[in-house]
Design a protein around this ligand. Structure first.
Ligand SMILES: N[C@@H](CCC(=O)N[C@@H](CS)C(=O)NCC(=O)O)C(=O)O
Length: 201
């Protein structure tokens, strides 16, 4: 498998899941401005959507979309318990949370990376993200991870998105459970290996 990624972007969730699953993979960096990969390939030929992540599977096919890729990696490595089995209610709790991270957090952070965003729009966006973080902070009350005591694909995704808080000048101290959680997930060997490989630490 080969992961097409951009350091620190949402593709990091896939990178974390691959490391947590303990599978072998290659990495190829994508420049999102030029749409070229580090080996000089035209990324738009690989993934016409133009964004990361994209995973080249062992059969040569390309698979995209964070949520689909996370499930693919978890279901291909069931012994790592990154996603409970079909039929187990806990599976749908993990998917419920991963979807929340995708649509309510990831997508709301996106515009903050646009330097043209004016201050009023930025403030409004940060307030909305804050309300969503209130929900996650409550979900983490008395828990190690988002769904119980097991690190899952939802945690791989949230860990990635929380990494954007510093850039967005969002102080996680306002959400004590989240701050403690970020400290826990960021010190997992699979996450540390990911951060190092992406040059983020
Ligand atoms: N729907 C996509 C969204 C992925 C996405 O937002 N990727 C961002 C990085 S976090 C990106 O590559 N943006 C560059 C672009 O859209 O050109 C998914 O879930 O995988």
């Amino acid at each position: 498998m080969k992961l097409f990624y951009t350091p620190g972007a949402c593709s990091m969730a896939i990178h974390i899941a691959l490391n947590e699953a303990g599978v072998k993979y290659e990495l190829e960096k994508v420049d999102l401005q030029s749409k070229k990969t580090e080996s000089g390939l035209d990324y738009l030929v690989i993934n016409p959507k133009g964004y990361v992540p994209c995973l080249q599977l062992d059969n040569g096919e390309y698979l995209t979309e964070v949520s689909a890729l996370l499930q693919y990696i978890a279901d291909s490595n069931p012994s790592k318990n990154l996603l409970p089995p079909v039929g187990d209610l806990a599976r749908y709790r993990v998917l419920e949370t991963a979807n929340f991270v995708s649509t309510e957090l990831h997508k709301n952070f996106g515009p903050l990376f646009n330097p043209a965003l004016d201050n009023a729009a930025r403030k409004e966006r940060l307030e909305l993200i804050g309300k969503r973080l209130d929900i996650v902070n409550s979900q983490l009350e008395g828990r190690e991870y988002l769904v119980g005591d097991q690190f899952t694909i939802a945690d791989a995704y949230l860990t990635t998105v929380l990494g954007w808080a510093t850039f967005a000048k969002l102080d996680l101290a306002a959400w004590p459970n989240l701050g403690a959680y970020a400290g826990r997930t960021m010190s997992r060997p699979g996450v540390v290996a990911t951060l190092k490989a992406e040059g983020m630490m």
